[in-house]
Design a protein around this ligand. Structure first.
Ligand SMILES: *[C@@H]1O[C@H](CO)[C@@H](O)[C@H](O)[C@H]1NC(C)=O
Ligand SMILES: *[C@@H]1O[C@H](CO)[C@@H](O)[C@H](O)[C@H]1NC(C)=O
Ligand SMILES: *[C@@H]1O[C@H](CO)[C@@H](O)[C@H](O)[C@H]1NC(C)=O
Length: 366
């Protein structure tokens, strides 16, 4: 009896300790570092000094962000900003473009608006940092961390513990395949073939991230690009809520990405890769999540589908799923981030959500 009580007590203590370790926002973060690769859904200022139309460092972007416009393509925080908070980071992960010194040890955000898996993707919008270049930038970071921590070996051990998020591919459709006036990919490949060549290239890119020490990697699936206000206004047909052709193309990509996650987990047993089902999370009833407007963005847009400078946006941002022609509001990002961190539906993440991924202890090698 006494033994049982003691065991029960210990169990409660262990539970309380582990809950407070995983939940306390003011304690140490659940991973020492978080590295982010992606496009405009994650960009937090890397495009600010690039000659491009894919910039967002002007009003009304950032209207709900504590320091105003930063280059985030959102009224407030992006999904990765909210994920960083859920992981216990005190501040958002800073941009590669603006960060040097000790600050890089907590991770960096390399994401760039209009960039893709393919190097040419987004060229018609201007300069951008393709995934290959983002990975080269990360290589620079790895060397800087190695010289900060002294030996390459300890740098790799450190990098093994970080969380990595990679969300790429939307622009390979929006700013490539579905713009036949600028790109010939849709004449060379059908949807199936295009998804296959993208995944092959992506697979090599992810392998290079692994070589640089990444062991806990979230691969973000593509969202319903056929349901953005810009897709609906550009390609939509009377009476249909979304552009089905675009959605079916990215669903092929997503199926192959899911298969890639299985292969990676089979081949690289000292690492764990997860798939985030952005498409599935977006296909629930937006009205049920409290959104009243789902087919028009909150801010008046320019011809690129981005907020027109200095125009007054809608009043109640939390009623809108979209902020501009392409990008979700912080309100929708909140839902996506929470479901990525702790899955709400079993299909949200595969095979684990981020809260479980970061707790895994993987056999460290290298
Ligand atoms: C660390 O790695 C870099 C690049 O691979 C190499 O040039 C350097 O000599 C290594 N340093 C140590 C201390 O091993
Ligand atoms: C996994 O290993 C198999 C068998 O060696 C190989 O054919 C496949 O390309 C590998 N896949 C990845 C993503 O590493
Ligand atoms: C904004 O929208 C939300 C969700 O519909 C609603 O709960 C809230 O009352 C609205 N606020 C204002 C000031 O209209």
């Amino acid at each position: 009896m006494a033994k049982e009580i003691t065991l029960g007590f210990i169990l409660i203590v262990v539970l309380v300790v582990s809950i407070s370790q995983s939940r306390l926002v003011n304690g140490a973060p659940q991973v020492p570092c978080f590295f982010i690769f992606g496009d405009s859904l994650a960009d937090n200022g890397n495009n600010n000094n690039l000659l491009s139309f894919a910039n967002a460092n002007y009003q009304p972007y950032g209207i709900d962000f504590p320091i105003g416009p930063t280059g985030r393509f959102c009224n407030g925080r992006t999904t990765v900003d909210i994920l960083a908070q859920l992981l216990g980071f005190e501040n958002p992960i800073p941009s590669f473009a603006a960060t040097r010194g000790q600050d890089i040890l907590k991770g960096l955000n390399y994401a760039s608006g209009s960039a893709g898996i393919r190097a040419e993707t987004g060229f018609q919008v201007g300069a951008r940092i393709s995934l290959d270049q983002q990975l080269q930038n990360h290589q620079v970071t790895v060397s800087r961390i190695a010289s900060t921590l002294g030996h390459n070996q300890s740098a790799l051990q450190y990098l093994n513990k970080c969380l990595y998020s990679v969300g790429m591919g939307s622009n390979d459709y929006i700013n490539n395949y579905f713009l036949p006036q600028f790109y010939d990919t849709s004449r060379i490949y059908n949807h199936e073939q295009y998804a296959t060549v993208l995944i092959h290239q992506y697979s090599r890119q992810i392998a290079s991230l692994y070589k640089n020490g990444a062991r806990k990697v979230a691969l973000i699936g593509l969202g319903a690009i056929g349901c953005t206000p810009n897709a609906i206004s550009t390609f939509g047909t009377e009476g249909s809520a979304c552009v089905d052709n675009m959605n079916s193309a990215v669903q092929l990509f997503n199926q192959k990405l899911l298969a890639l996650v299985n292969q990676l987990n089979t081949n690289l047993t000292d690492a764990k890769f997860i798939y985030v089902n952005s498409f599935g999370m977006a296909s629930g009833d937006p009205a049920a999540a409290g959104f009243k407007v789902v087919n028009v963005g909150c801010c008046p847009v320019n011809k690129f589908g981005q907020c027109a400078a200095d125009q007054t946006p809608c009043q109640n941002r939390s009623e809108y799923a979209f902020w501009d022609g392409f990008h979700p509001t912080e309100a929708l990002n909140q839902i996506t981030a929470r479901r990525t961190y702790t899955e709400f539906d079993p299909s949200d993440t595969y095979p684990l959500d981020i809260s479980h991924l970061v707790q895994l202890s993987l056999s460290s090698c290298m």
